[in-house]
Design a binder for this molecule. Structure first.
Ligand code: F0G
Length: 365
């Protein structure tokens, strides 16, 4: 009775369990391959944030939106593909999941494996995984193997291990991952009421740009959008195989998530760029870090370095974008995953006595 009264005074019951967001499989089931056992952590439904300062910087009546994939359950876009890949692996009776990773895929695979109650093995390039991501894989109980090699070596080994039937691969060479990641494009069309004119995103193994393009095409074919965006992909300057059209043997970048020299979805990404009349370009590590800081301090969105690549790319390509364009930039992972570069900038925080005068003086306002 008391409770009913309280609810009434607040305008009725506030909790409607059946309306809670239950993840991308429930939301977009008709567009996804069949999943019987749904393994979900409530991924997707991420904010598409209108960004006044980015829009102002581009100018000429352009509108810029940021699709913040860093707020997914494990802090990156990988969760969209992982819910589908893991659900279907469980449907097929998989016993162990495996992936190669620059960090985020392993964090996501480990979390969804934990949720599904099966073991997960991850193969990583030694010393090249951002602190937060390694901690996630460990916390979720993955079996972690670091190799003396890069991501491309790790993926080669995982492909070979996946040839037998003891491991189910959950890298984006598994089409279920791409199928799930398409839902980010669906959400953008659903929110904007149409596709944007330009879509910018970072490119590493090239699964995500492939997935977005497939998603936009699908909604266009079904009449949910009137147009298709030009896809603009950005690679780090010293890890840019698609841009240079050659395998990079020793890719290097501060954006460790996209430190990849031989992307698995290279051909599909090339097709997405060509069919959409888009473009692939490079951004330097300095441009990436500057864009990361700019976005955090001007728009309140803190992303990991790889996710700042499209923002750096937007700054670089502003003049090429026609006036009044609608632009979406996907930021792929949360800034807290990779605190090291920022931490170095903080240096040592000197303390002051716990007195108001000292604090006021230290503030300097
Ligand atoms: N941004 C972030 C934060 C990533 O973790 C990745 C890829 C990308 C962008 C690039 O996406 O590979 O689909 O082109 N991370 C993978 C991993 C390789 O293992 O976590 P892509």
């Amino acid at each position: 009775m008391e409770e009913a009264k309280m609810n009434q005074s607040r305008g009725g019951p506030r909790c409607e369990p059946h309306r809670h967001w239950t993840g991308i499989i429930e939301r977009y089931r008709e567009f996804l391959p069949p999943c019987e056992h749904v393994i979900s952590l409530g991924e997707g439904d991420t904010p598409l944030i209108f960004s006044p300062r980015l829009s102002e910087r581009v100018g000429r009546g352009c509108e810029v939106f940021v699709k913040n994939e860093g707020v997914n359950p494990t802090g990156s876009f990988k969760d969209r593909g992982m819910t589908v890949a893991v659900s279907r692996a469980i449907d097929r009776g998989a016993r162990v999941l495996i992936c190669a990773s620059t960090g985020n895929t392993s964090a996501s695979a480990a979390a969804y494996a934990a949720r599904a109650g099966i073991p997960c093995a991850v193969v990583l390039p030694a010393g090249k995984i951002a602190t937060g991501k390694l901690i996630q894989a460990f916390a979720h109980g993955a079996k972690i193997v670091a190799i003396d090699g890069n991501f491309d070596d790790a993926l080669r080994i995982v492909r070979e291990l996946g040839e037998g039937n003891e491991f189910a691969i959950v890298n984006s060479i598994n089409p279920d991952r791409i199928a799930g990641q398409r839902t980010a494009a669906f959400e953008i069309v659903d929110k904007l009421g149409d596709a944007p004119d330009f879509h910018l995103l970072p490119v590493g193994n090239a699964g995500n740009i492939t997935a977005y393009w497939a998603g936009y095409r699908e909604f266009h074919t079904r009449g949910r959008s009137t147009k298709l965006p030009a896809m603009l992909g950005f690679q780090a300057a010293c890890a840019a195989p698609i841009f240079y059209n050659k395998v990079i043997e020793n890719p290097e970048t501060i954006a460790s998530a996209i430190r990849i020299g031989n992307p698995a979805s290279w051909k599909q990404a090339r097709a997405a760029l060509d069919e959409s009349k888009g473009n692939i370009d490079v951004v330097t590590d300095e441009e990436i870090l500057a864009a990361q800081s700019w976005l955090a301090s001007n728009e309140g969105i803190f992303v990991e370095p790889a996710s700042a690549a499209p923002i750096a790319g937007l700054f670089k390509s502003t003049k090429k974008i026609p006036e009044r364009s609608r632009i979406v930039c996907t930021v792929t992972g949360h800034g807290l995953k990779d605190p090291d570069t920022i931490q170095r900038r903080i240096g040592k925080l000197e303390s002051v006595p716990a007195k108001i005068d000292n604090v006021r003086r230290a503030l300097g306002f």
